[in-house]
Design a protein around this ligand. Structure first.
Ligand code: NAP
Length: 251
């Protein structure tokens, strides 16, 4: 299989897009560390559920707790995976939150919370994980940005800034890592049906769908297929790119 012998770490993998990515990487043969943050009791149970699903498919996985905003926790998580499986080949920066409101009503806390999880989290995980990749001269960093990071969106200036930041971060780190055979790419999904988008009013969902040439909302599995491809050897000459996956809404 394409990812046989590989070790992957997926942040925010207890549900939604991260869960679909964890399952896909395992299906392709990778061992997978399923990151979650222990804010509620159910978070651990969800992550354990993903680990069990992977085991049922004949794969190997472990749940690893860390708040991606916390430097010490991220370092400990990366080392836990490295100690257990000897290396980290693939990092997927997926953990993300949104706290949508118009700029004039946006609190400092809503700004810091979104930037902290989405952008600082990607920075910290990448910084610690690439050490393993550089040593072995093979690695994949794939970060989940958003079309909103490319085109902006009213009511999401914090979220859009964090996702645009991921794009600039990706392009910069790709330039730093190229000589070590570590590719660094971003994926920019459009509207994907998950708990994050379930919170939106029905009319917003209908508006979004009417803008999509392929005439359906995206599924977590659509994003997971793309991440699975970018993680493999066949994508070895792609780096510093942002690949939009949105049914054609924002070409
Ligand atoms: P989701 O269902 O809300 O899942 C978010 C995940 O992030 C959860 O597993 C959550 O863990 C985790 N997380 C949140 N804060 C964290 C922290 N501080 N440390 C570690 N993990 C944390 O969201 P989703 O829709 O699957 O989104 C996944 C990614 O895709 C996000 O980066 C999002 O911005 C991006 N994206 C989504 C869409 C969309 O339409 N859905 C579109 C474009 C981009 P817990 O379960 O433990 O809270």
């Amino acid at each position: 299989m394409e990812l046989d012998g590989r070790v992957s770490l997926v942040t925010g993998a207890s549900r939604g897009i991260g869960k679909a990515i964890a399952l896909k990487l395992a299906e392709l043969g990778s061992r997978v560390a399923v990151n979650y943050v222990a804010i509620e009791e159910s978070n651990k149970a969800d992550a354990d559920g993903v680990v069990e699903s992977i085991a049922r498919l004949g794969g190997e996985a472990m749940a690893v707790e860390a708040d991606v905003r916390d430097s010490g926790a991220v370092k400990a998580m990366v080392d836990e995976v490295g100690d257990r499986w000897g290396k980290i080949d693939i990092l997927v920066n997926n953990a993300g939150v949104n706290r949508d409101t118009l700029l004039l009503r946006m609190s400092d806390e809503a700004w810091d919370d979104v930037m902290g999880t989405n952008l600082r989290g990607a920075f910290l995980c990448t910084k610690f994980a690439v050490r393993y990749m550089m040593r072995q001269e093979w690695g994949r960093v794939i970060s989940i940005s958003s079309v909103v990071g490319r085109v902006g969106n009213a009511g999401q200036s914090n979220y859009a800034a964090s996702k645009g930041g991921i794009i600039a971060f990706t392009k910069s780190v790709a330039r730093e890592m190229g000589s070590r055979n570590v590719t660094v790419n971003a994926v920019a999904p459009g509207f994907i049906v998950t708990e994050m988008t379930d919170k939106l009013p029905p009319e917003t969902r209908e508006n979004m769908q009417s803008m999509i040439p392929l005439q359906r909302l995206g599924r977590p599995e659509d994003v997971a297929e793309l991440v699975g491809f970018l993680a493999g050897d066949k994508a070895g000459y792609i780096t510093g790119q942002v690949i939009t996956i949105d049914g054609g809404a924002f070409p």
